[in-house]
Design a protein around this ligand. Structure first.
Ligand SMILES: C[S@@+](CC[C@H](N)C(=O)[O-])C[C@H]1O[C@@H](n2cnc3c(N)ncnc32)[C@H](O)[C@@H]1O
Length: 290
């Protein structure tokens, strides 16, 4: 079978690096099974270009041979995460979707603080699921530090996860170009970043509150009792079935009355009835019903 496929690819009408219909289906199904990302036919050239790059790095010419390597029992554990990493779209920015951060600071946080004060605890637990290169969890910490009354008396933990090793390494380094800081208020740049040559580095007062970890959102990571989950601009890559399962897992992670923030093009419509929508100006969040 390999020989026939190899022959067809080398001699057929497909250009170099192009994948056949059956190869597209093989990779599409593998990716969906592994991480829930649903690649429609419109994503075929995207998949081809990312595959081509990965195959070139490893010296493969035939997509099916690379597929066999990725799914082979011995090499799978190493190569599959790398393939997934190469497919991730990690676009992000500080304080992306500012109205959501306004909602967090003006409405969500005061409600959580009041609840915590009543319970006699000053611990805040947040998860940035699909944190990319760190701008979202760092923005969350800055927003909390800027708004918490008597902020030094609070313990803030932001768990930040992604399945892109490349993104996580950059997130951990916390090093940004000046043009990546737009969206942050100037006084916050001064307070939470220090300049190193042409870069800005996130200060320890923020980074010590963030715990980065590799996690594939296709699975439960065991986090429980969270006050807030950010999962923004990740679900758009999943189909409805996977979105529904993911939202179910978020509901299990949150405390009753906890809050979920989704991306501006995402909603819980048709996915869950366990949350109530909260909105102000253009900021939207979902509150888990008690
Ligand atoms: C477009 S970025 C969004 C980053 C950030 N949440 C924001 O809104 O600015 C999507 C991120 O989700 C991550 N991602 C996609 N599928 C994932 C999965 N199954 N498990 C974990 N992370 C995933 C990608 O690696 C990428 O970093």
């Amino acid at each position: 079978m390999t020989t026939a496929l190899t022959h067809r690819i080398h001699s057929g009408p497909l250009g170099p690096g192009a994948i056949s219909d059956s190869e597209f289906r093989l990779f599409r199904d593998l990716i969906y099974e592994e991480c829930g990302i649903s690649l429609g036919v419109e994503k075929r050239s995207f998949l081809e270009s990312r595959l081509r790059r990965r195959m070139e790095d490893l010296g493969f010419e035939v997509p099916y041979e690379y597929y066999r390597m990725v799914t082979n029992a011995e090499s799978r554990a190493n190569e599959l995460p790398r393939l997934l990493d190469s497919l991730m779209i990690c676009e992000t920015s500080f304080f992306r979707n500012r109205p959501q951060f306004d909602l967090l600071q003006d409405v969500v946080l005061p409600e959580i603080v009041a609840r915590k004060e009543k319970a006699g605890t000053r611990m805040l637990r947040v998860w940035s699921a699909g944190c990319s290169t760190g701008q979202e969890p760092y923005s969350a910490v800055i927003a909390l530090l800027e708004s918490l009354p008597d902020r030094d008396s609070w313990m803030i933990r932001v768990y930040a996860s992604d399945l892109s090793f490349t993104a996580l390494e950059r997130a951990h380094a916390g090093l940004y170009r000046p043009d990546q800081l737009k969206g942050i208020e100037p006084h916050c740049i001064t307070q939470y970043f220090r300049q190193e040559h042409e870069y800005y580095v996130i200060k320890e007062s923020v980074s010590k509150r963030v715990i980065f970890d590799y996690h594939n959102l296709k699975h439960d990571n065991g986090l429980r009792g969270l006050d807030i989950v950010f999962c923004r601009n990740v679900m758009i890559y999943f189909d409805t079935e996977e979105q529904r399962k993911l939202v179910g897992r978020f509901a299990n992670c949150l405390v009753p009355g906890g809050f979920l923030f989704l991306g501006h093009a995402e909603s819980l419509q048709g996915l869950s009835t366990r949350f109530a929508m909260l909105h102000r100006n253009k900021g939207i969040a979902y509150k888990l019903e008690a």
